[in-house]
Design a protein around this ligand. Structure first.
Ligand SMILES: [Zn+2]
Ligand SMILES: [Zn+2]
Length: 508
């Protein structure tokens, strides 16, 4: 089936549609059936539970990393290529062509991705093609709030049916196999839709839409399984045969088993330290060393690219599980990598608070600022080229940055007005100095921030802030009027601040 994807995508897709339709007709709903199906593979592959548990952190981590990359890429298209508008204007035929091409390209790369389509009813070509909003919604639902760091948990693709089923399932007193099967299904759904390593339906579609080459496909080198599965040729389960007929069921079943095994070995060829992204080179030139105790006691391959990674992982995580039998609780805790929390605390601008939801353009801005800690704001000139603002060290920069954090975490309109107004003053002062700075005008600044913060009347707010400046005895920019007393004297002497006091922002 995976091979059909490239040869005849339409036919391949029709077969999938028919397959998903059959699932829906199954007595206890498709979710229960697919879950039993995933469970069976774990139970029937030798060391399936152990391998699945050992590979789970790697699967989660890889998914998070790719989710970050896709967010960054999507933000770029939303912010600068008018992706939303172009996509809706494109019409169903064009959209369908890009989506089908992407799905076929992704699913043909690996059997486990082809198999994962089982779990993704939202990847229905017919529906995605007809309603352009569905794809945008799918994309929107998995974007991170800030793409400047790799989170410790992925955003799972929401789906009413799966989510309700998973919630009911998790209330049961599950076996270890059931817990990990459920966790794997949820990750696999996310993995196929927003991808990792081998496949990215969303990323492929976006690249194809903007005429860009598909992402580099890096097929990881798979370690040989430690023990050769002896019942590899065992036939498909009876339910599947009843559903599809013997021939189709066997093809499905082989895809599925190969997929699960690929997943296990794929995770094994990576360095086990959470912060390290190295994998064994495909040409076999370098062999990672493995944890001796884990291998001897549990026949578990825990690989490290270097002594440094092994040492770092030992303290952080591995000590607790080394040479011991794994269970789902321990493995899930291992995924919660303390370093991610550390990295996110180091961010200049934290996540939104009080239920504030950032626009995509603002998420793009926050990401850019967190990735470039010396930049105070990223503006765009008339040609959409980025112009990075550096206000220079000192109190004005400090207070601007504090205002920036407040505005970007709460969306407070007056605060946005303060920082927008200050940026306008700063650019007008630069223009007076004769430095062009991309010809950025107050009107452009206000338009950009209005879009980022989704404030249609930001212009009026900025003018009101200017009025506050006009009424100040020293005509000081309102952003700077609350300076602590010990700073006021130096602020009064500051040449740059004095200059700003003489400028009036207009939006003509
Ligand atoms: Zn490493
Ligand atoms: Zn170990």
């Amino acid at each position: 089936m995976a091979q059909d994807a490239l040869r005849d995508p339409e036919k391949w897709n029709d077969a999938w549609d028919a397959f998903l339709k059959r699932h829906r007709a199954f007595p206890n709903g498709p979710y229960d059936y697919l879950f039993q199906y995933a469970l069976k593979v774990i139970q029937e592959i030798p060391r399936g539970l152990e391998g699945t548990l050992a590979g789970y952190p790697g699967l989660v981590r890889g998914t998070c990393a790719i989710q970050r990359n896709i967010t960054a890429e999507a933000l770029d298209h939303f912010a600068h290529d008018a992706f939303e508008v172009k996509w809706m204007d494109a019409g169903s035929e064009v959209r369908g062509r890009h989506i089908l091409g992407a799905m076929a390209a992704v699913c043909s790369k690996a059997r486990n991705l082809n198999e994962a389509r089982n779990y993704c009813p939202e990847l229905s070509l017919r529906r995605l093609r007809l309603d352009g909003k569905l794809f945008l919604g799918l994309l929107n639902s998995v974007l991170l709030e800030d793409a400047s760091f790799i989170p410790s948990k992925p955003i799972f693709v929401p789906h009413a049916g799966w989510d309700a089923w998973a919630a009911a399932q998790s209330k049961l007193n599950d076996s270890e196999e059931e817990k990990i099967a459920l966790a794997e299904i949820m990750i696999l759904r996310t993995k196929l839709i927003c991808g990792r390593g081998l496949g990215h339906v969303i990323q492929f579609t976006m690249r194809s839409f903007f005429n860009k080459p598909p992402p580099e496909l890096y097929v990881e080198k798979h370690r040989k399984p430690i023990k050769k599965p002896k019942d590899q040729e065992k036939g498909a389960p009876a339910e599947l045969v009843a559903l599809l007929g013997a021939e189709a069921a066997n093809i499905q079943w082989r895809d599925h088993q190969a997929g699960v095994k690929a997943r296990h070995s794929e995770c094994l060829a990576r360095c086990s330290y959470m912060s390290c992204t190295k994998t064994e080179p495909p040409d076999g030139s370098v062999k990672f060393s493995r944890c001796k105790s884990c291998f001897e006691k549990m026949q578990r391959q825990v690989l490290y690219c270097s002594g440094a990674c092994q040492k770092a992982d030992w303290k952080l995580r591995h000590k607790a599980i080394c040479g011991k039998a794994l269970d789902f609780e321990t493995v899930s805790r291992a995924v919660e990598h303390p370093l991610s929390a550390f990295t996110s605390d180091m961010r200049t601008i934290g996540p939104p608070i009080d239920g504030y939801k950032r626009s995509l353009a603002l998420t793009a801005q926050v990401t850019a600022l967190n990735m470039n800690p010396t930049v105070d704001y990223r503006l765009y000139d008339a040609h959409n080229a980025p112009v990075d603002v550096d206000l220079g060290a000192g109190y004005p920069q400090e207070i601007f940055r504090a205002g920036r954090v407040y505005a970007m975490t709460t969306g407070n309109e007056l605060c946005v007005g303060f920082i927008a107004h200050y940026l306008c003053l700063w650019f007008l002062a630069k223009a007076e100095d004769g430095s062009s700075h991309g010809g950025i005008t107050p009107k452009m600044i206000v338009a950009q921030l209005a879009r980022e913060f989704e404030l249609d009347r930001l212009g009026e707010t900025v003018l009101a802030v200017q009025q506050m400046q006009n009424e100040h005895p020293l005509r000081r920019p309102p952003l700077l009027t609350d300076a602590p007393p010990e700073l006021l004297a130096s602020l009064n002497e500051d040449e740059n601040v004095k200059k700003l006091c003489g400028i009036v922002v207009t939006l003509d």
